[in-house]
Design a binder for this molecule. Structure first.
Ligand code: GDP
Ligand code: IMO
Ligand code: MG
Length: 423
């Protein structure tokens, strides 16, 4: 039994796609269990860049089964587009499996995501506007339409009519928006259903059997710990559970199956969307990191907010995920900065705070307490082991391990699948 779960340890975009792709070479199955196409996972292989939103990042290996689990939300148009783009590049998609229980995103979810964000005005969350929150709302309200419904035309037509009528009332009467055309949605989605039906199955059984047969299974997290609906920086979070516990519910298997939990982190911190960010840098260092690290959203193209590494956040990620190791990416991005800072605690009313506050309003009075480290100027993008790193870079890695009490197991020094080594 060898199940490794990979989770984002910050606010997403930590380079999960790259690490999954690397580990997938020796994996039999890669499983997405939460979120939807709000995720954007980048894989760079042989000079080609793949941006994956729903399809697991193990898809580039011929023998890896890729599962989109019951806890995800699926925009069929997006998944089909992604499938077409991959197959036009020669990727075989017969290994893709979609759970029958996964909920489907409809145009009214996307419309409501936009309308509710607009209605919040300055208090908006900065969502990806992909309909993720409204789709999970329907799931919780128990009116959602699932993949198993979508592929049964009669069941689907009835459920869709009920929902479109309800949602049009909300769209027009509450928000003053334009009503959606139910017949058009029905026709479009019936076409999607025909194309997707053969991929739909009970993936919980597939995952369970693979684990029982001793296969290597990877769980691919989307988003990151601080975007978790329960333990993240609520309300500036996504509507699912990106922490390791989310895999159990979202893949339909129990927690005893998971052996290792690898947290993916950047060597600094970024955030896209609104909400608190204690170590954010609104200065030339922040701009340096953004440009050097090409910190622009994979899904929305928005510039990512950038700041120093925050050990308080990483300790939180270690705790809420039960991390057994960290993969630290983008060490190369810091090359050229004379001094580096790590936030080791927050200071609040003269007291040190070591644990990330449960209520974000407490962050208003928290100031980061920094420790300073020497930077380096050597090009590290070709480093193949820790021996190839400048002393200052090694000291930076060791300091992080000590501050968060968790071993760094992998280091990323570039976007390509080859620019990574075990520590
Ligand atoms: P994900 O959502 O966690 O999969 O991350 P994204 O793909 O949204 O963003 C991470 C970005 O960093 C992508 O453009 C990756 O190609 C890139 N990347 C990943 N690891 C490294 C690294 O070690 N160094 C550099 N320079 N880029 C990296
Ligand atoms: P990956 O998997 C970074 C953020 C959005 C917004 C909040 C809620 O690529 O790391 P949503 O559309 O989910 O309702 O938006 O969550 N967000 C992400 N930020 N990476 C992601 O995914 C994200 N998915 C959602 O920017 O702040
Ligand atoms: Mg991303």
């Amino acid at each position: 039994m060898a199940v490794t779960a990979l989770v984002g340890a910050q606010w997403g975009d930590e380079g999960k796609g790259k690490v999954i792709d690397i580990l997938a070479e020796k994996s039999d199955m890669v499983v997405r269990a939460q979120g939807g196409n709000n995720a954007g996972h980048t894989v760079v292989a042989g000079g080609v860049t793949y941006k994956l939103h729903l399809i697991p990042s193990g898809i580039l290996y011929k023998n890896t089964i890729c599962v989109i689990g019951n806890g995800t939300v699926i925009d069929p148009a997006v998944v089909l587009e992604e499938m077409e783009s991959l197959s036009s590049r020669g990727v075989d998609l017969s290994r893709l499996k979609i759970d029958a229980r996964a909920h489907v995103i409809f145009p009214y979810h996307i419309a409501l995501d936009g309308l509710s964000e607009d209605a919040r005005g300055k208090a908006d969350i900065g969502t990806t506007k992909k309909g993720i929150g409204p789709c999970y709302m329907d799931k919780a309200e128990r009116i959602g339409i699932r993949m198993c419904d979508l592929i049964q035309p009669d069941v689907f037509a009835e459920k869709l009519k009920r929902n479109v009528s309800l949602k049009n009332n909300i769209i027009t009467k509450l928000y003053g928006g334009e009503p959606l055309d139910c017949d058009k949605i029905l026709a479009d989605y019936n076409e999607y259903a025909k194309k997707l039906a053969s991929f739909v199955c009970d993936t919980s059984v597939l995952v369970y059997n693979a684990v029982k047969q001793g296969k290597n299974v990877l769980f691919e997290g989307a988003q990151g710990a601080l975007l978790d609906l329960d333990v993240g920086t609520y309300p500036y979070v996504t509507s699912s559970h990106p922490v390791s516990g989310g895999f159990c519910v979202g893949a339909g298997v129990g927690p005893t199956l998971i052996k290792d939990v690898l947290g993916i982190a950047k060597s600094y911190t970024t955030r896209v969307g609104k909400g608190p960010f204690p170590t954010e840098l609104d200065d030339e260092v922040g701009n340096f990191i953004r440009e050097q690290g090409f910190e622009y959203g994979t899904t929305t193209g928005r510039p990512r907010r950038c700041g120093w590494l925050d050990a308080v956040i990483l300790r939180f990620a270690v705790r809420v995920n039960g991390l057994t190791g960290i993969a630290l990416n983008k060490l190369d991005t810091l090359t050229g900065l004379k001094k580096l800072k790590i936030c080791v605690a927050y200071e609040k009313n003269g007291q040190k705070v070591y644990d990330f506050p449960s209520d974000i309003s407490e962050l208003a009075d928290c100031k980061p307490v920094y420790e300073e480290y020497d930077g380096w100027t050597e090009d590290i993008t070709k480093a193949k082991s820790v021996k190839d790193l400048p002393k200052a870079a090694v000291a930076y890695l060791r300091a992080i391990e000590k501050l968060i009490d968790c071993p760094i197991k992998m280091v990323g020094v570039g976007p390509d699948r080859t620019q990574n080594f075990m520590l």
